[in-house]
Design a binder for this molecule. Structure first.
Ligand code: NI
Length: 186
């Protein structure tokens, strides 16, 4: 079932989400619906607050596009083994713990909850993450690239942050009017 994606200005996007305490059928159904909604919207990640639920649940699929010819597949260390990132997609996890590290890197971000706005955001370029799965197992991931970026962006949603909070102050000035308009028309 497709879910309604909440838009900039909706207070649900600004709340700190609660940990998931029980994985039951309704949570599994929510996760499945979030994946469907994310794919339909051509997104690579979606956090539960974006569909109006303040729980620490995220879905990610950074591998929607086939790698270009000659391009090395993106890899990550997953529970101690180096594996293609494609192997662990889609990712569905609850109650994540993230430890970003490395160097600051600028990259253009957008968000399904911030219609039509893209902007450069500086974030650390690697992440160590503990990602509890719905079946009770845990993925320990060490990654860079798009997945490191996406994990930080999605987990920000769980604490009420949007990428537009993290742009430079100059970019914030540029975005201010557009964001005010979005908040009015959501
Ligand atoms: Ni987002």
């Amino acid at each position: 079932m497709l879910l309604d994606i909440k838009q900039y200005g909706d207070p649900v996007l600004r709340a700190v989400s609660k940990p998931v305490e029980t994985v039951d059928d309704s949570l599994r159904e929510l996760a499945a619906n979030m994946l469907e909604t994310m794919y339909e919207a051509n997104g690579i990640g979606l956090a539960a607050p974006q569909v109006g639920v303040n729980l620490r649940l995220v879905v990610i699929d950074t591998q929607e596009d086939e790698p270009e010819e000659g391009e090395e597949p993106e890899t990550a260390t997953v529970n101690g083994q180096v594996r293609p990132v494609a192997d662990i997609m889609p990712l569905v996890f609850i109650n994540p713990t993230l430890h970003p590290y490395g160097k600051q890197q600028l990259f253009t971000e957008g968000c399904l909850s911030v219609h039509d706005i893209r902007s450069n955001v500086s974030r650390l370029d690697h992440v160590k993450a503990t990602l509890p799965q719905l079946d009770g197992s845990v993925l320990e991931i060490d990654c860079g690239g798009l997945l490191a970026r996406c994990l930080q962006h999605e987990c920000d949603h769980l604490d009420g942050f949007l990428f537009t909070d993290r742009v430079s102050s100059a970019a914030k000035l540029t975005l201010k009017k557009k964001l005010q308009r979005l908040a009015q028309w959501r």
